[in-house]
Ligand binder design. Structure first.
Ligand code: DGL
Length: 269
């Protein structure tokens, strides 16, 4: 049995993992959480597979040694589709990854045409090809890399107003592909994107349903920690903290984004 104070570590390149943290809070309100934002390397989506794998394995190894989490959740599609296997090989702690929600999207679509928005690194992964052939056989899956949405989500959570043209371009990137006009379901295959669901919905004219993996991930985290002792009711939520890499000048703005998710402090790596 883990130490009752052992945290769950939730990891992303920036604020995207907060969409997963929000769902984890609902099912495990008593869990102490350390939120990790590798802002020093944001965005992951424009990096090579080798860079992402080395970065994620190195960082999670250091953090696991220092904080002894009972479970690590890689709340980032880019990092998971590239490095999940490797991280599982090097760390002994249970690891929950984030994979594009193609399976539920395939069950939801009525037209048989699914859109997928992700980072450039995610949409080119063989892992996505595998999910497509396993779960979306007989359907059409159209992919579009929308890296601008990552910056837009970061800006929105810091209180800024992203340029609406960014959302129009993301919708157009899918709609302009052959059969794109028949898309009725869009997979948000980057944890940053559910933070922009309202803006994206408007850009698609309210005509598509969005699906992401956050609830499924939270259920998996709850399942893997079932029956474990926690540090008391509501845990130490107001003492939960984030570890953030990169320039600390942005920390006050970032903290205002993290506070509604029960993160009260930012510590350096
Ligand atoms: N939130 C990340 C994802 O789910 C990636 C954002 C980035 O760093 O490019 O893919």
């Amino acid at each position: 049995m883990p130490d009752p104070s052992a945290p769950i570590l939730i990891f992303d390149s920036g604020v995207g993992g907060l969409t997963v943290l929000a769902e984890v809070r609902k099912v495990l309100p008593q869990a102490p959480v350390i939120y990790v934002a590798d802002r020093g390397a944001l965005p992951y989506g424009d990096k090579s597979e080798a860079e992402i794998a080395a970065r994620v394995c190195g960082l999670l190894g250091r953090l696991a040694e220092r904080y002894h989490p009972r479970l690590i959740c890689i709340a980032c599609n880019t990092a998971s589709t590239i490095a999940l296997g490797m991280v599982r090989e090097v760390l002994e702690v249970p690891i929950v990854g984030t994979v594009p929600a193609i399976k539920p999207a395939a069950a939801m679509t009525r037209t048989g045409v699914i859109g997928l928005l992700g980072t450039a690194a995610t949409i080119r992964q063989g892992y996505v090809d595998q999910l497509e052939s396993e779960f979306a056989g007989g359907k059409t899956l159209l992919r579009h890399a929308a890296p601008e949405l990552v910056g837009a989500a970061e800006l929105k959570l810091r209180g800024g107003s992203p340029d609406p043209a960014i959302f129009a371009r993301a919708a157009e990137g899918l709609r302009s592909q052959p059969s794109g006009d028949q898309i009725d379901t869009v997979v948000l295959a980057c944890t940053h994107f559910p933070l922009l669901e309202a803006e994206l919905s408007a850009a698609f004219g309210g005509q598509v349903a969005f699906v992401d993996g956050a609830q499924g991930i939270a259920r998996r985290v709850a399942y893997l920690t079932q029956g474990q002792p926690w540090d008391g009711p509501q845990g130490s939520q107001d003492q939960d903290f984030a570890i953030v890499t990169g320039d600390p000048a942005d920390n006050p703005a970032l903290l205002s984004a993290l506070a509604p998710f029960g993160i009260g402090r930012i510590l350096p790596l």
